[in-house]
Write a protein that binds this ligand. Structure first.
Ligand SMILES: [Ca+2]
Ligand SMILES: [Ca+2]
Length: 274
């Protein structure tokens, strides 16, 4: 059959436009699909759990610990795990929790979980990582310090006044919590004249909600030194050489006078800190 040249051209144009139409809409559809995939991924990462703090800030192997975990999307977790280990982590509770006054929800999170775990006795000193798992993915690993029982001193309440301080020896790390608004923890140490005393917190650096402030007093409750933030961190540090031998008080509290289960700290009072 004879097919006229004009009809050829017409058909070719039709074909071309059809193709162009298909390609154009194909691109639009592809674009829409990829946009929705990207936003689905964004939405998913928005819903991934985040761990900002775990209290207490240090644990010892071979002992059962109840940990208060704070962060974002923790009310939706299905489990928690310690790195790639077989350590059993029991989730006791999970829920939304209020943001403390003067604190940014993005920094301190708005949800919490209570967990229970026991590290095997042979766990080496150093750090382990905790990971929260939900249907939307896994949190970034959060580091928890592992120490020997000998290196740590548990805070003993009541220790909230000069009349009832907690006596501690130099060179140990105190594991504590500013558990209520306006709570102050008071520790007493004995220092010899000429000794350089270093008092240091590890709290904000480890994700604690606490914004610590430290004050050093002599035995007559006169202020010797104080510090809120040190070296670009909300953590505090005091370093001073004492001219008199005797008992000294160290107090720690929150800069905003807040407190709660997620206001954990490590406090080191020593004559030298490595
Ligand atoms: Ca306390
Ligand atoms: Ca501070």
């Amino acid at each position: 059959m004879n097919f006229p040249a004009a009809a050829h051209r017409e058909f070719a144009t039709y074909l071309f436009h059809g193709l162009e139409f298909t390609m154009r809409w194909g691109l639009v559809v592809c674009g829409l699909v990829s946009v929705s995939l990207v936003s689905a991924q964004d939405a998913k990462s928005d819903k991934q759990p985040v761990i900002v703090s775990v209290t207490p800030l240090a644990i010892v192997p071979g002992k059962e610990f109840k940990l208060a975990v704070r962060g974002a999307m923790l009310d939706e977790i299905t489990s928690m795990k310690v790195g790639s280990t077989e350590v059993k982590v029991e989730v006791i509770s999970k829920n939304k929790t209020p943001v403390p006054p003067n604190y940014d929800a993005k920094r301190v999170g708005d949800s919490q979980a209570e967990i229970k775990l026991t590290l095997p006795l042979e766990t080496p000193v150093g750090k382990i990582v905790l990971i929260a798992v939900s249907a939307n993915g896994e949190s970034k690993p959060y580091e928890i310090r592992v120490a020997t029982a000998d290196d740590l001193i548990d805070e003993q309440e009541p220790n909230d006044s000069f009349k009832s301080p907690q006596n501690v020896s130099l060179g140990k790390t105190i594991v504590g919590v500013i558990s209520d608004a306006r709570n102050v923890d008071v520790f007493r140490v004995e220092v010899q004249a000429g000794q350089k005393l270093i008092v240091e917190t590890i709290a904000a650096r480890a994700g604690s909600v606490l914004d610590p402030t430290l004050t050093l007093y002599d035995s007559q409750a006169r202020i010797i030194a104080a510090n809120d933030d040190h070296a670009g961190s909300r953590d505090s540090r005091i370093e001073t050489t004492l001219s008199r031998s005797g008992m000294y008080f160290v107090t720690i509290q929150d800069a905003n006078d807040s407190g709660g289960p997620h206001f954990g700290y490590l406090l080191r009072i020593a004559t030298a800190i490595p």
